[in-house]
Design a protein around this ligand. Structure first.
Ligand code: C2E
Ligand code: MG
Ligand code: MG
Length: 279
């Protein structure tokens, strides 16, 4: 039985999806070696005229439960790929990260669909990374075939929110991921907690050993950013770097961030030398 309030929300969401009232915002992810923009993560937004802003953490699981997730994924991906073209025309070539539900991976032809969408808009598949969170009911290892198909097509795969789900180290080794995102739960108290720092460091070293790029999620302070740099993390994402942005704000943010990065780095002379060596 679905509660009356949920029914209203579901109905509102379905109407927003059909009537083009959802939108995408884009959160930058930057290299911790040189501060450059590595890619942007597309995040869906729904502002209901009556209910206000509703978090995707509420409506994405609902879309999954009520058979609307494929429509949401296709709309979101098409919107994001089109946005990539707009940025390109504006002289801005970046890579994209897009969240997909593990449910969509049940269909073996899903990778073909994603590839067709990229081709139709002439977006090279190697510009796209799909971010996947493991659902409790769906061990990722079951989805090996579909994941491998994505990799064959040149599409990257990131394991999202790593450390708080059900993913085991064995699965990490078996599955064809290219990137690991450390959940913000660990990042949050890493500067204050030796244990969290140790966990973050171990995840980074392990991921590097397996050939994966590592992103720290939810970086909200300068301290966290600097610690992750010291620990050898590759990519930073979080409010300290940038909040999710409206697409037309990305260009200005790049200029602004470049200046902030220079200031941050100039405060750490020996790290600057190391960063320059890596450039
Ligand atoms: P996620 O993929 O792990 O995305 C990161 C979430 O953390 C985003 O929340 C982002 O706004 C938030 N965030 C980023 N930096 C910080 C920070 O420094 N501090 C804090 N406290 N939060 C930060 P958002 O946009 O509310 O999305 C929540 C989740 O909903 C996402 O988690 C993702 O799992 C899902 N989601 C969002 N957009 C989509 C989509 O288009 N499709 C699918 N299937 N899922 C989506
Ligand atoms: Mg994500
Ligand atoms: Mg995440």
């Amino acid at each position: 039985m679905i509660a009356q309030a949920d029914l209203g929300l579901l109905d509102g969401f379905e109407r927003a999806l059909i009537n083009g009232r959802l939108r995408m915002v884009y959160q930058p992810k930057v290299s911790l070696a040189d501060g450059r923009l590595r890619r942007v993560e597309a995040l869906v937004r729904w502002d209901d005229p009556e209910l206000g802003a509703i978090s995707p953490s509420r409506f994405v699981p609902m879309a999954e439960k009520h058979g609307l997730i494929d429509d949401l994924t296709q709309w979101g991906l098409r919107t994001t790929l089109r946005q990539w073209l707009n940025w390109c025309e504006d002289g801005l070539d970046t890579c994209l990260a897009f969240n997909i539900s593990a449910l969509s991976l049940d269909q073996l032809d899903f990778p073909d669909l994603v590839e067709r969408m990229c081709r139709a808009l002439e977006v090279p598949t190697d510009r796209l990374v799909l971010e996947l969170t493991e659902g409790a009911t769906q061990p990722l290892v079951k989805l090996m075939d579909t994941l491998t198909r994505f990799r064959i097509k040149g599409i990257g795969l990131a394991i999202d929110d790593f450390g708080v789900g059900y993913s085991t180290l064995m699965q990490l080794r078996q599955l064809p991921f290219t990137e690991l995102k450390i959940d913000r739960f660990f990042i949050e108290d890493a500067p204050m907690s030796k244990d969290s720092t140790l966990i973050v460091k171990s995840i980074i070293d392990l991921a590097h050993g397996l050939g994966l790029t590592v992103t720290g999620e939810g970086i909200e302070t300068e301290e966290q950013l600097k610690l992750l740099r010291e620990l050898g993390c590759d990519v930073a994402q979080g409010y300290f770097v940038a909040r999710p942005l409206e697409p037309e704000k990305l260009k200005d943010w790049i200029v602004e961030w470049r200046e902030r990065w220079e200031t941050l780095i100039n405060e750490e002379p020996e790290l600057l030398v190391r960063a320059r060596r890596q450039m």
